[in-house]
Every structure is written in structure tokens, then in C-alpha cells.
Design a protein around this ligand. Structure first.
Ligand code: FE2
Length: 423
């Protein structure tokens, strides 16, 4: 074997060695008899397949403050601000910022990102830039692009034509934003048109859907129904779905099984939802994240996305999907032991399934893409936003980081602190 990782704890809690031959995992099991040209002792730490971000905006990332900061903190001012920035964008600046973000992602063990790309600029500058970035980072990061009509498919006159051009240029997924169309009817019409286009082209769909506190914003219902009608089961995701937070419980009890029946996945964006939603409330202020535990209980795949890092909508973030899982856990009050573990799956296995990533996982034959964390379990990883001791891509180390440690100078107390229990 080229590499054997000894004494790993897997996400499901099993202790195992992982043997890697070339770019693939060859074997996983307790005390493997093989030897490796290189051996790494994980010392009981967690080894996981890489983090996956199911929802991001790579064209806007790291543009914070350009040309100004979002004063109201609302989604709509963010969209207006992005509109001010768009004419000033250059391809070089877009590529440079995206490449820098991908560096951060790799250092965080984030090796697959689905990013929306705005197609409402007739130049399709951002599409060309992100196609270039996708090609450049392909050796170490999987990027999936979603053609996103930010200004509305029907509201922006050239949007559908631009979206079709973007798909022809190599963009992977069909996006949408029905809650931003002029009327509910136009929103539903946009969902129908986009799903029919995706079905015709054999593409996946991922729509920004019902990103508001309006309980009557019910485009997810149309998205599920169109998915069912067109046989798109397993290929469609609804992103945000924040209006579900504010919906009447009876209606939600009808909607949840409809989503499950259609095989539509849900992508919540906890950092952004808790920040952008509830802005029109006084007190109490709504959390504004979709109904994650209830969706999971209904059998729906739910992933947590990062959505934004230092852009017109959000001024923080660093590509750390454990920070995303940490916020999701808190906002959804998923504090049970199994629920906390599900929050880890929401930034690893579940988004990998939603993106349809080939060769993802810890089974023999999967890509040797792995992250060794400074934590003993998935829950501890979330609690500590654990350091990524090693990040492997196709069997090669692409990033290393030291354990998180502090040295105390207190009489009678231990010197070394690692924030871990039971060691
Ligand atoms: Fe988004």
C-alpha cells in the first residue's frame, strides 16, 4: 500500500485502519495486516470523508465592502448591493477571489462545493470566470456550478436566454429564485419552466426557494409537484426554504410528506438564515431557518450550506463547514446525541449525495479524499470546530495544521490544555 492510516475513529464510531493504494481507498478495517510505504498514526482521532458545501456563491465571495457594506442586513439590500457591484466586476478579480477562497476551503478540508453563479449579467463574466476556476482547482477540489438567475428568471428579460447559454458553456445545474419574481404566479411559472428545461436536458435542479419569512411563500410546493410530475426524483434540491419556518403547522404537515414523496432535498444555510431572516420582526424575532428536524424525520435529505463568506449578504466566515454545522445545530435545537451527529452528516455525506459525487466515502474503491481532525468524534469535531490535522486528496496530503493547544502557567494546574474530554 502507498499509505496506511492507523488507529482512526470513523464517523460512525468504529476504530479502523485505512489502506490507500494510489488515489483510492483499498481497504478499511480493524488492524489491517498490510503495511504502507508511508504510515500515519491517527492516535484515535476522527478520519472523515471531506466536507461538502451544497450551497455557495463563489462569484460574490470575498467582496465584502465593495462598493459598500449592507446597512440593513436584509436579503433585498444584499441583492441591490450585488447589482451595484456587478458592472464593476472584472474577470481577473473574480478569479483571484475565488481561487483564494478555494485555498481556504482546502485548508478546512472542504473539497467539494456547489456554487451558484449569477447569469443575469449579459456578459456572463462570472460564468466564464468560475468555469476557469473550476478547471484550475479540479485536481484538488470538485466544483459544481448552478446557473442562477439572481434578478429573477421572468423579471430579468434576458435571464432565461443567459441561463441556457451558461448551461451550453458547461454549467452543471439549473437554478432559480421564484420568491423574487414579481408575483406568486410568476414564481410558480418560473419553477415550471426551469424544471421542464432541466428534465429536457437531463440536468439537476437547485433553486433558491422561499427565502423569506412570508408563510404564504409556497414555491417549494410547486417545486415538489413539478419534480414529481417530470420524474426528477433525487435530482432536485430546494435551497433555503426559510418560509417553512413561519408556515402554519397544518400546512407544513401536508407539505413535508409531499417533499419526501418527490425526492426533493432541502439545503438550509444556518449562518445566513439566522442573519438575514426575521429582519422585519420586532420581538420575538424568528430564527428563519427551515424545519430541519421535521424534514429529516419525514425522510428528506437535509444538508447545511455556507451560502456566503464575506460578501454583500454576510461579512464573516472562512470556509469552515464545522462552523456551519455548529450554527445549524443551535438554530435547529438539534441537541440530542444522534441529532448532533446528523448535523455532521449535513456537511459531509448528505451534500455529497445531493451533488451526486462519484467515489465519495470511506468504502474500498472510494477516492482517497480524507480529513484527519483534532477530535475523537463527529460531535467533538463540531464542538471544537476542530483543526484539520491532515487533508488528503486522491491519497496526497494537500494541507496540514497543528492541533489546537494552549499552555497554561497556573500553579498546581496542568500545563497543556487540548479542550478534549477523556484523554
Ligand atoms: Fe444562496
Amino acid at each position: 500500500m502507498d499509505l496506511v492510516i492507523r488507529n482512526a475513529t470513523l464517523p460512525d464510531g468504529r476504530q479502523a485502519d485505512i489502506a490507500i493504494d494510489g488515489a483510492r481507498i483499498a481497504d478499511v478495517g480493524a488492524r489491517l495486516p498490510c503495511s504502507g510505504a508511508r504510515e500515519i498514526d491517527a492516535e484515535g482521532d476522527l478520519v472523515t470523508p471531506p466536507f461538502v458545501d451544497a450551497h455557495f456563491h463563489m462569484d460574490a465571495t470575498l467582496s465584502y465592502g465593495l462598493p459598500r457594506v449592507n446597512a440593513s442586513g436584509t436579503l433585498l439590500e444584499g441583492i441591490a448591493l450585488w447589482g451595484e457591484l456587478k458592472p464593476q466586476l472584472t474577470q481577473d478579480a473574480l478569479v483571484e477571489r475565488a481561487m483564494q477562497y478555494c485555498d481556504w476551503a482546502v485548508a478546512r478540508g472542504l473539497l467539494a462545493i456547489r456554487t451558484h453563479v449569477d447569469v443575469c449579467d449579459d456578459r456572463l463574466l462570472a460564468v466564464e470566470a468560475l468555469l476557469d476556476v473550476r478547471r484550475r482547482v479540479a485536481p484538488y477540489l470538485d466544483m459544481q456550478l448552478v446557473a442562477f438567475p439572481q434578478d429573477g428568471l421572468l423579471r430579468s428579460p434576458a435571464a432565461f436566454g443567459n441561463l441556457k447559454r451558461a448551461i451550453a458553456m458547461g454549467v452543471d445545474v439549473v437554478g432559480g429564485i421564484p420568491h423574487f419574481e414579481r408575483t406568486m404566479a410568476a414564481g410558480a411559472e418560473s419553477v415550471r419552466l426551469l424544471c421542464e428545461f432541466a428534465a429536457d436536458k437531463g440536468l439537476r435542479v437547485d433553486m433558491h426557494c422561499d427565502e423569506s419569512d412570508d408563510p404564504m411563500s409556497r414555491h417549494i410546493e410547486t417545486l415538489a409537484a413539478e419534480t414529481h410530475r417530470l420524474g426528477l426524483h433525487g435530482r432536485v434540491a430546494g435551497s433555503h426554504l426559510t418560509s417553512m419556518h413561519s408556515m402554519d403547522n397544518y400546512y407544513a404537515s401536508k407539505l413535508l410528506p409531499l417533499i419526501a414523496e418527490s425526492g426533493v432535498a432541502a439545503i438550509a444555510n444556518p449562518l445566513i438564515n439566522i442573519t438575514l431572516q426575521g429582519r422585519h420582526d420586532s420581538y420575538p424575532k424568528r430564527r428563519g431557518m427551515t424545519r430541519v428536524p421535521e424534514l429529516l424525520a419525514a425522510g428528506v435529505d437535509v444538508a447545511f450550506g455556507h451560502d456566503c463568506v464575506m460578501d454583500p449578504w454576510y461579512g464573516l466566515g472562512s470556509g469552515d463547514m464545522l462552523e456551519v454545522a455548529h450554527m445549524g445545530l443551535h438554530v435547529a435545537q438539534m441537541t440530542g446525541k444522534e441529532a448532533m451527529h446528523q448535523c455532521f452528516l449535513a456537511v459531509t455525506e448528505t451534500p455529497a449525495r445531493i451533488l451526486g459525487l462519484e467515489g465519495y466515502g470511506l468504502a474500498p474503491g472510494c477516492h482517497a479524499d480524507l480529513v484527519l481532525l483534532d477530535a475523537g468524534s463527529t460531535v467533538e469535531a463540531i464542538r471544537l470546530r476542530a483543526a484539520r490535522r491532515l487533508v488528503l486528496r486522491r491519497g496526497q496530503v494537500v494541507s496540514e495544521a497543528p492541533r489546537a493547544r494552549a499552555s497554561l502557567a497556573l500553579p498546581g494546574r496542568p500545563r497543556d490544555i487540548d479542550f478534549r474530554l477523556g484523554r
